[in-house]
Design a protein around this ligand. Structure first.
Ligand code: SAM
Length: 267
């Protein structure tokens, strides 16, 4: 009985969430999303979605918490380090040489960048492994709260756990009292943060490398299809899409991609 009511309430709930947060739950897998929301509302002792919506409307902190819950901001520097090594050794050199041939900077996009760890990881790789190479990094996310953190470049110990002492000392200033690490401005200068909803907004074109990792987990297959086509169009010919460790693009050939290895797809 309670389950039925939840299902009935879910449609109007999606409309409310769209108005309150600008997030379209139709593009997220319904079974997983419902299961997650069902347990989330218990945290606020709500038994129905109707009750929960009125909490969302009346309490800004609950709304913020729900947005954080929906967007899942978990990230870290060099997430799956071996993949970044693969990128650095096997993928970036040819992308860079093509950009050089065309006499332009290498253009990178971190799509769904969370607090910026991924975008700054790319900046570290570019500075340390390809010094002197011109590059720009665009980093986008739907969530303005994390975007603000990202542009401040202020990190907790847990975010930087994959970084060696050498990299930490080179690229960060430590705030010893708060155990926080602030990224040096030299690394920030080529990184630009912008808000973008991957499911709705138009994309800029001309990227050599797009990273979209651990973002699409809850998107429906239809939403992913549309997204991967949009990424394809946003890449330069020969450009690469780098996806998350547990992800795969089912119809990559139809979209036009050539698969290099598990996580890298060439246009
Ligand atoms: C788990 S984090 C992944 C961060 C980073 N890419 C990584 O792999 O470590 C997922 C990010 O995707 C963002 N996101 C979720 N849905 C989005 C959408 N429709 N458009 C843009 N960003 C979205 C979330 O706000 C969150 O910051």
């Amino acid at each position: 009985m309670e389950e039925d009511q939840f299902d009935i309430d879910y449609n109007p709930f999606k409309k409310d969430v769209r108005v309150l947060l600008g997030i379209d739950l139709d593009q997220y897998k319904p079974a997983q999303m419902k299961r997650r929301i069902r347990s989330f509302i218990l945290k606020y002792k709500c038994e129905t979605l109707v009750e929960f919506v009125s909490r969302l409307r009346s309490t800004p902190n609950v709304l913020l918490d729900f947005k954080d819950f929906l967007t899942i901001n978990v990230t870290e520097f060099f997430r799956n380090p071996e993949r970044f090594l693969d990128l650095q050794v096997n993928i970036l050199p040819s992308l860079i040489s093509e950009a050089r041939k065309q006499g332009r900077p290498l253009r990178i996009w971190s799509a769904g960048c969370s607090n910026g760890s991924e975008a700054y990881t790319m900046a570290i790789i570019m500075e340390d492994s390809f010094p002197g190479q011109d590059y720009s990094i665009t980093a986008t996310d739907i969530d303005e709260t994390v975007m603000k953190l990202a542009s401040e470049g202020d990190f907790r110990e847990i975010d930087i756990k994959n970084l060696s002492q050498e990299l930490l000392l080179k690229h960060f200033d430590k705030n010893p009292e708060e155990q926080r690490w602030k990224i040096k401005s030299r690394l920030k200068r080529n990184v630009k943060f912008l808000r973008n909803n991957l499911l709705e907004d138009p994309f800029t074109k001309g990227f050599d490398l797009i990273l979209c990792r651990n973002v699409v987990i809850y998107f429906t297959e239809e939403a992913k299809d549309v997204l991967y086509k949009k990424f394809f169009d946003a890449l330069t010919v020969g450009g690469v899409l780098f996806i998350g460790g547990t992800e795969t693009i089912l119809n990559s050939k139809q979209v036009g991609f050539t698969r290099h290895s598990n996580l890298f797809y060439y246009k």
